[in-house]
Design a binder for this molecule. Sequence first.
Ligand code: G
Ligand code: G
Ligand code: G
Ligand code: MN
Ligand code: NA
Length: 253
Amino acid sequence: LHIEQGLLRAIAGDQLLLQYQPVVRIDDGQLVGFEALIRWDEPSHGRIGPDRFIPVAEECGLIDYIGSWVLHTACAQALRWMRQGFADLRLAVNVSARQMTTGDFHDTVRDALAVTGFPANQLELEITESTLQAVEHSRELLGRLKALGVLISIDDFGTGFSSLSLLKHLPIDRIKIDRSFVQDLPGDPNDVAVTGAIIALATSLGLGLIAEGVETPAQQQFLRARGCTEAQGYLFSRPLDVDDVDQLIATPR
Ligand code: G
Ligand code: G
Ligand code: G
Ligand code: MN
Ligand code: NA
């Protein structure tokens, strides 16, 4: 499969879709919102994951179109769930490096909010540490995004370099603890130390926390005991199709 040509057909042929992974309160599994995750259903090759095509989309410049499509689609969908009764949901959308450097990402976000009517303070932009480090004008851009009212979270926290200086210099609201630190909890003493330190740091800086990749009750217990407040992972739910989310929020708590 030639990914770049395939992506053009994907865009023209409605082959891109979003799944939504529940984010829950770690205490009791109460749903607090969703992370939108893009997928590509290619007619002859089946489902292709973002790890394979997002880097290509970044290289060939299609990321601006795709990123804008993701924001508009996710905001419009989440607004439907708000109207179905989940009024205070939070929607997280992933942002990659090229989106922050080419075009005007600020205007893309502003337009998606304006066109859909989705409330800015319920939108969380997930940006990785490496993106924040690579983008020259990160600080200025994040400042302009914050002025729209959106939340900024650092995705894959702990996997990049100089994470601590990012926290000091950038207007960050939340940290997502990378699942590589979660997977061997609570047995691995290094991961116990690292996650404990991240949680203590975020808490003392007043930042929100989400643990990613939580797959076992033991991981949940450990993270909760250390003070982590939210989680995401297969223990609670895999990424879901729209219909499954419709059913989830229609089920009385
Ligand atoms: O309790 P029950 O197993 O029915 O709920 C399944 C999941 O769906 C839980 O995470 C629950 O918190 C969530 N849920 C169901 N309906 C709603 C809703 O209207 N709002 C919120 N916030 N969560 C809901
Ligand atoms: O859902 P999955 O584990 O396949 O995601 C793999 C990677 O793709 C993750 O790093 C995730 O952040 C990224 N990703 C998923 N959806 C999007 C998207 O809409 N835009 C961007 N830029 N990255 C995404
Ligand atoms: O880089 P980012 O955090 O955006 O990546 C999110 C990816 O993690 C999604 O592709 C999702 O499919 C995957 N994911 C979500 N929960 C789990 C989990 O519990 N275990 C593993 N291995 N992957 C997960
Ligand atoms: Mn993410
Ligand atoms: Na991550």
